[in-house]
Design a protein around this ligand. Sequence first.
Ligand code: NAI
Length: 422
Amino acid sequence: MVAKNKIRFDGRVAIVTGAGGGLGRVYALELGKRGAKVVVNDFGGARDGSGTGAAGPADKVVDEIKAAGGEAVANYDNVATPEGGAGITKTAVDAFGKVDILINNAGILRDKGLLKMEPENWQAVLDVHLTGAYNVTKPAFQVMRDNGFGRIIMTTSAAGLYGNFGQTNYSSAKLGLVGFMNTLKLEGGKYNIKVNTVAPIAASRLTEDVLPPDLLGKMKPEYVSPIVLYLCSEECQETGKIYNAGAGFYNRAAIMTSPGVVVGDGKKITSVEDVSVAWPNIMDLKGAKEYAQLNDLVLGDLLSALEGKKAPAAGGGGFTSVKEVFDKMPSAFQAGAASGVDVVFQYCVAGEGDWYAEIKGGACTVAAGVHAKPICTLKIAAADYLDLMNGKMNAMKAYTSGKLKIEGDLMKSQLLEKLFKF
Ligand code: NAI
């Protein structure tokens, strides 16, 4: 059990966009109470984003934070412009010297069925939610990267995750933020910048005529701020995830991918009829999983599934020792497949020793020992290497399971299958 008020933000600088009311106000107040210095951004427009802006909403929240003993400054920039985004980070750096936490929260609504959705209503919503998050995050991310610390929150919506009638503009913008997070989590990873996405459900001026009145009373924004603050804290190591939060109910949403199936042999182009026959297998989510990034699908499961379809190479197998494989390697070399290939594969076979294969000018030299400049190094245990060469283990499976480690130019390892036919 964590002691009450143990999670603190002393010394941290937080930006909350759209913090002049609704959810953003509560995030800003709670951060201020727990020691953060807060930039309270709010443009002060109408619910649909119209109007020339007003200082009142941001100023009022700054006063509230100060009255509770916290530190805060107001900023009235419009997140929908690059200048506005830059201005918000500038306010943080000028007032407090840095940015540690960014909550992209500012939002508007312009609901219409698609056929009544005029370009300006489509664009205004994308400008505030999606482009707004880009405008504010880019300069803040630079400061966070320089400091080696960052916590960024994107605000999505159940409308984007699951769909909601009359909100094609809003749903598109909100799910776009999930894509933004998916890539930013990778770009921020090594700088200790964590990026997460929250889909709130709370009573505010945005939802006063959307949610049923009896529910509105239960949906206080104060129920959403605990998870948002937790995700902003130093102790939270989570990144790249999506959460629903409302009325004290919290869960995680994820993009799951089914195991799938190779239709045909992976060589002949699949026909429409083949797809229709395989439909139940394509659709079946049993055994579905979450990918951490694109390569887990493309270089992982997709290649692995295609490999699994292949018959073992003719003449392959039957090796009883690792040395035998390397002895046979020169005669297995396919000079015809090596035109323009200039590469050194270094093999480190644990328990057996090191060999390398140097391919240059259409010729292949195989020797025991360590090459001075390997391009691609493969590390594997002797028994696993024999399984691999005897067709008992699939190369991609060996790689994704960690039995085969590849260092250097990973893509070059894809050539091995073409270059050697045992
Ligand atoms: P709200 O209308 O009370 O607060 C949004 C704030 O953003 C307002 O104070 C507004 O002045 C400010 N804002 C709007 N455009 C701006 C701009 N261009 N630049 C700077 N500030 C701007 O609404 P609420 O409900 O607090 O919404 C906060 C966020 O949560 C929004 O992104 C919204 O889409 C999202 N959300 C809210 C849900 C809810 O149940 N309340 C459901 C799902 C998502």
